[in-house]
Design a protein around this ligand. Structure first.
Ligand SMILES: [Zn+2]
Ligand SMILES: [Zn+2]
Length: 316
């Protein structure tokens, strides 16, 4: 599995001479896996980083389908969707998946945001190649991918029944062993809106990636949340604010601090911790200070900590 970051900034894209090392695009991540069917691009969120992600996916020459898993629908996680080519390319399949909050799932999000006078093209003109999947109760759903079989979205009950029986998952017309699949599970994070963290396990290699952005410091994580994060090879967490800024100004905004991210990562035994959702106000020097705070908290553990930046690739 490989993870590539196309947007690591929170809230709003930025461009400034003192903000070049980490980049200025808002949240978008691409997941590469040997368990994904050829021609399928899998992304989490479509912040402004979704625009360069689309350029790359199209340049590969065999793109047939893009699946976007939304964590939630704040603008910094959706604004790239309307400005990247795939939404206008009707021969491509585009599937938008995400939680439901106040009656708004991925379909209603597109309908609300993509229409005049906010956008020159009405969603009706582009929608024929788009399908949607609501995660009404994210914790109860599982997404399964297989390189030859395609993918299937199923309930956790059905998935567990398969595990208890013979571990052969029906995908399309055939059955495939779980050990050949990419498995995605979900958990709610702590944010003002219904927001989802995705855990992605590549069963062929046992590599695990957990993406936990837009999550505010929360003492005493529930057991189900700890299990969701447990033992990941790579955990990427929201460390938008320094501890000082958080305590003085931004507590309650739904974002985290580096010391908290390190404590959680150590507690659940992850190997690598990536800090993301950088504050648009943070300069390169400020993000270096956030890294220093993380290192000071890291103490003696052998956890590897780094700050994510646009176009960074991590092999797991
Ligand atoms: Zn955000
Ligand atoms: Zn948010």
């Amino acid at each position: 599995m490989k993870v590539k970051f196309y947007g690591t900034r929170g809230s709003v894209p930025v461009s400034s001479p003192d903000k070049v090392l980490y980049g200025g695009n808002t949240t978008c991540v691409r997941i590469y896996s040997e368990c994904l069917p050829a021609g399928l691009t899998l992304a989490i969120d479509a912040g402004s980083g979704f625009v360069p992600l689309s350029w790359d996916a199209l340049a590969e020459g065999n793109l047939e389908e893009i699946i976007i898993l939304f964590t939630h629908y704040h603008y910094d996680h959706t604004q790239g969707l309307f400005l990247a080519p795939p939404i206008f390319m009707k021969h491509l399949k585009l599937k938008l998946c995400g939680p439901v909050d106040q009656g708004i799932g991925p379909k209603q999000m597109l309908h609300e945001l993509m229409r005049p006078p906010y956008f020159p093209v009405h969603h009706r003109e582009v929608e024929s190649h788009i399908t949607y999947k609501d995660f009404e109760f994210p914790k109860t759903m599982v997404i399964v991918f297989h390189a030859q079989g395609g993918y299937r979205i199923m309930t956790i009950e059905s998935y567990e029944r398969v595990l208890a029986h013979d571990s052969m998952l029906p995908i399309g017309r055939e059955k495939f062993h779980v050990s050949e699949c990419l498995i995605i599970t979900m958990h709610k994070s702590r944010h003002p809106e219904q927001t989802v963290s995705y855990r992605i396990e590549e069963k062929t290699t046992n590599a695990t990636f957990v993406f936990l952005t837009d999550h505010e410091n929360e003492d005493g994580l529930p057991r189900s949340f700890r299990n969701h994060l447990m033992g990941a090879d790579l955990l990427v967490m929201d460390a938008q604010y320094s501890r000082e800024k958080y305590e003085k100004f931004t507590s309650g905004f739904g974002h985290g601090t580096p010391d908290y991210c390190v404590r959680v990562a150590e507690d659940v035994g992850v190997k690598k911790l990536g800090l993301t959702h950088h504050d648009p106000a943070s300069t390169d020097a400020d993000i270096a200070d956030i890294m220093k705070e993380a290192e000071e908290t890291r103490k003696k553990s052998d956890l590897e900590v780094f700050a994510c930046h646009d176009y960074l690739e991590i092999d797991l």
